[in-house]
Write a protein that binds this ligand. Sequence first.
Ligand code: GLN
Length: 539
Amino acid sequence: MDTKYLFVTGGVVSSLGKGIISSSIACLLKARGYRVTIQKFDPYINIDPGTLNPYEHGECYVTADGHEADLDLGHYERFTDIKTTRANNITTGRIYRSVIDKERRGDYLGKTVQIVPHITDEIKRAVKALGHSGDFDFIITEIGGVVGDIESLPFLEAVRQLRWELGDRSMVVHLTYVPYIAAAGELKTKPTQHSVKKLQELGIQPDVLVLRTEHPVPADVRRKIALFCNVAPDAVIQSVDVDTIYRVPLKMHEQHLDRIILHKTRCPEDGEPDMSRWLKFLDHMDRATDTVDIALVGKYVELQDAYKSIEEALFQAATYADRKLRLHMVHSEKVTPDNVAELLGEADAVVVAPGFGQRGIEGKFTALRYCREHDVPTLGICLGMQCMVIEYARDVLDLPEANSTEMNPQTPDPVIDLMEEQKSISAMGGTMRLGAYECRLRPESRVARAYGSQVISERHRHRFELNNDYRERLERAGMACVGENPGSHLVEVVEVPALRWYVGTQYHPEYSSTVLSPSPLFAGFMKAAIDNHTDKHTH
Ligand code: GLN
């Protein structure tokens, strides 16, 4: 079967959830047996979001092949179990860079290099690049930003040209917003009409409209939108707010979005999508009545998307354990020895978040000491793991000035230090230890038992490492280095076996946790949390 190209655009406002709609479509097509992938085109000039701080762009997601990517790729993987790569996230910066590199090489043979056709050709090449392998029946391309932005114009021009070239092998799903004006008691369709007009002015006729709305949009209003926008009435789909994003695929299926896509692209529609495992997950969610309280200690807790993958991994783990997740966001800068018992007292377990730099670090140490001394199940991720090691070295190894050289380059006890090969690197973008690495686990460790395996592969994003000079001393003092990279002997996992669950991972287990294949490590952590909850309430 020829590869089909589906473009997802957005209008009116940003943050409508194009990523969720794209993921839901992919989820349904995959459940029908089609081979699907999703890619995101981001109209900013950064080469990738790796250098953006979380205030700008939420979490930075990391693909298995070591690309620092937009957080929507996290949704793609969580909804579909596909593995995305650096080819699944392209920015304006990357497009321009490759055009400029070609110009410098003389590839354009003396021509004037222009946005049309050179930039748009490069975008088209990138759109189709994933198709060359023949591995996919559908390639879904989400165009970041909002129709009408100056930044997204070259991308939309490329979509227009591709629609023309590909005909039935392509289609456009446009997402818009239908606001409810409380004072008038009415849903307003005008912003949608305007945004479709804008798209039409650019030469793009959407095939499907997905209306994001807080209130159901009545059939007559949807018909009116269809009429004004040249879209078939049954192809005007509504996406009303739901309690969890994981219901969206089913909501789309109820309105036959998957079938409409198959008809439009002339693909066989063979029965119904097999959503049985997905439904089982939702079933766990609906059945859960008891709660589990998890505290997440980090410095970006006030931002909605900064710890997206961790939140989703926790939610998946709690759901499969038939618990409702109550997540308490604890600002690491606010944690002090005086208030730590109050801030963490209710938590059944604590996650100490990844991060960079000094800010909030003391609060992480304080939280960790409290958890260690009170045997609260704890998971330290990346910087969280490094803080575990530092706190342990300070208190148990009696090295009061132990630190990471990231925080204090002059520390007499650099228990966390830069890797040798990182020392000469000065460029910021894409230069960390990134992507999936193999890790060997000690068979008797908690972590190996959680994974049910002694060889795992998880994704990394950091520059600093546990300093092997301190490894023996840590081991002797009760902090076991139970996970190691087989080639470099870098320590990837520490745990304190004397405690019920005190585990730190240099890698980020959250990136590989999906709805249909949730992280075993988070499952192990969640079990410890629930056991702690049970103990607390029976004593
Ligand atoms: N700042 C630490 C490092 O670079 C940890 C990074 C992280 O938590 N992702 O090693």
